[in-house]
Design a binder for this molecule. Structure first.
Ligand code: ATP
Ligand code: LTN
Length: 336
């Protein structure tokens, strides 16, 4: 008698190796990657090809890529249970990226807010890669027939265009790609900058002092939280409209201390902002401490990192090449 084994659902996500991971990407993405890795077949990549859409120093990019892999593992992603890989190691991403570019429209790419924002920030280098960035991201996802894509709120629009491209392709050539869903956390989907709570915390804004890196020293983290912009009044109450600074800190605290927002309100009722900010800083320090320590140790073991990369690339290529071959066949390319 054969035992039916239900095929696990597939997850794919990625982060650019454009700098050390931030508290924002930890809370918005990686924390959920770890949680989902129990239940799903997970592919987590370091998207170095996306990173070069803005100018990178080659040595820094190489170091960041390996250190980011160490940070993935330190955050709890077991390289045996998950496929951890570097995007440029799997050529199918670039290959499918080209194909999908022929099924993505100039108009829809022009509407991407990330493109508009990055163009405004990099006015001297509005290159074609920045424009077609979502097409390569669609290739990342569709190659693995991913069911779910765990990301922060800022990536919602990129998931929509991925679905549109996939449906367009399926409409012309028949069922080829699984249509993926975004998986966005309820709490912490958009961690805001501590200095300007109107903006998303982001590694490219690290100079503002409002961004916390997961590898930052405890004293620097505490300083960032003590200086965090709050709002007028003195009440710790969740109201993103009128109290964006405090509400952001409350979300960070709720996630790091594993509490609900009403519990946080109760805990700090009548205690003032100073006390509250110190507690948030402490909770973040304790959440990140084991990750930072493990990541620095692992980052020194280049042989181990190389092994993880090689194994990940092999496992990812297997799945990716299957989809690419099917796509080539459907398009009418002569298969070799
Ligand atoms: P950059 O500044 O170079 O654009 P970033 O700091 O915004 O980078 P990404 O590498 O673009 O970070 O994002 C990695 C993942 O983390 C994505 O899934 C993204 O949605 C999520 N993420 C990034 N910043 C935040 C944030 N502030 N809050 C919640 N999720 C975030
Ligand atoms: N666009 C994302 C990074 C990214 C990604 C992906 C996320 C590239 N490819 C595939 C999820 C799935 C960003 O800018 N944060």
């Amino acid at each position: 008698m054969t035992v039916e084994t239900a095929k696990k659902k597939v997850i794919l996500s990625g982060i650019q190796s454009s700098g050390a991971l931030t508290l924002g990407s930890y809370i918005g993405a990686i924390r959920n990657w770890v949680e989902l890795s129990e239940e799903y077949d997970c592919y987590y990549c370091i998207v170095d090809m996306h990173a070069i859409t803005v100018r990178q120093d080659p040595e820094t990019l190489r170091r960041n890529t390996l250190e980011q892999l160490a940070q993935y593992v330190a955050a709890g992603l077991d390289p045996k249970r998950n496929v951890l890989f570097v995007q440029s190691h799997v050529p199918s991403h670039a290959q499918l990226g080209w194909v999908l570019g022929c099924y993505a429209m100039f108009g829809e790419l022009s509407r991407m807010t990330q493109f508009k924002e990055k163009s405004a920030k990099n006015a001297g280098n509005i290159n074609a890669g920045l424009f077609t960035y979502p097409v390569l991201m669609a290739a990342d996802i569709l190659l693995y027939q991913a069911d779910l894509v765990p990301v922060g709120d800022d990536q919602r629009q990129h998931l929509e265009i991925t679905r549109d491209i996939a449906m367009r392709f399926n409409g012309i050539y028949g069922e080829t790609f699984k249509i993926p869903e975004a998986h966005i956390p309820k709490l912490g989907a958009r961690v805001m900058d501590l200095q300007s709570p109107g903006n998303k915390m982001s590694k490219s804004e690290a100079a503002s002092g409002g961004c916390v890196g997961i590898m930052d020293k405890p004293e620097d983290i505490m300083r960032a939280f003590k200086r965090a912009v709050t709002d007028s009044g003195s009440e710790v109450r969740f109201d993103p409209e009128t109290k964006p600074g405090v509400s952001n800190l409350m979300q960070i605290y709720a996630v790091c201390a594993n509490k609900t927002l009403p519990e946080v309100e109760r805990e700090f009722s009548g205690r003032g902002y100073g006390d509250f900010k110190r507690s948030v800083g402490e909770a973040v320090i304790e959440t990140l401490r084991p990750i930072r320590e493990d990541a620095s140790r692992l980052a020194g073991d280049r042989a181990l990192l190389a092994e993880i990369c090689a194994d990940g690339a092999e496992r990812a290529s297997l799945a990716a090449e299957r989809t690419l071959r099917n796509v080539y066949d459907k398009l009418g390319f002569v298969l070799k």
